[in-house]
Design a protein around this ligand. Sequence first.
Ligand SMILES: CC(C)(COP(=O)(O)OP(=O)(O)OC[C@H]1O[C@@H](n2cnc3c(N)ncnc32)[C@H](O)[C@@H]1OP(=O)(O)O)[C@@H](O)C(=O)NCCC(=O)NCCS
Length: 200
Amino acid sequence: MLWTRCSRGGPVRLREATERDIPAILALISEYAGHNLLLARTEASLRECLADFGVAEVEGEVVGCSALSELGPGLGEIRSLAVRADMSNRGIGRAIVEHQMGLAWRREFVEVLALTRRVSLFEKLGFHITRRERFLEKLATDCEACPLSLCCDETAVHWMPPEALAAARELTATDSFRERRSSQRSRNLRPPLPAGVLLG
Ligand SMILES: CC(C)(COP(=O)(O)OP(=O)(O)OC[C@H]1O[C@@H](n2cnc3c(N)ncnc32)[C@H](O)[C@@H]1OP(=O)(O)O)[C@@H](O)C(=O)NCCC(=O)NCCS
């Protein structure tokens, strides 16, 4: 759990979602799913992946949410990012994504993907546009369920923690990122945190 102050507003509490947040998360997602901005979720599907979800709270009310899911080994996806319309443009969306970048780093993801129409929001946080075709197989189930699957206008953006990026540049068959992390850990070294990324 983490308290932060967003760029254009007051304090925001970022924390893991619990069962009690389910109605608020469903309401947030449903509102935007109705405008085809997010993939709709049922209560059952939300319950299944509730552990991936975090929420942003202002004055005790849930005003934003997002999930960080594992799409495959070392590959995370930020999904279901939503901020209540009356709380938008206060930096809450940015705070949520930054928080999840910190979580991704802690979970040792080597790459984090997002499919979005809000490319600039992600680019400002260090994400880069990538080819969505790289992830088609992993995203197949979601894409099948999406009403826009045949005319998708989302852009794939990805972020790699700096240490993963450095490792990828030098990657050899015997010198993987995960091996490096475990050898760093055994030598009790902490790799540098991505700048601006908050850890809860
Ligand atoms: C996208 C969304 C999460 C942004 O939340 P927010 O709290 O309003 O965003 P922030 O105030 O943190 O803005 C972060 C940055 O993104 C930019 N941004 C915000 N909304 C944007 C938009 N609609 N289009 C382009 N850029 C946008 C802002 O300029 C801001 O940059 P800055 O901090 O340098 O000024 C929110 O508008 C939302 O829930 N939209 C509907 C659902 C959706 O589209 N989710 C994204 C799916 S990946």
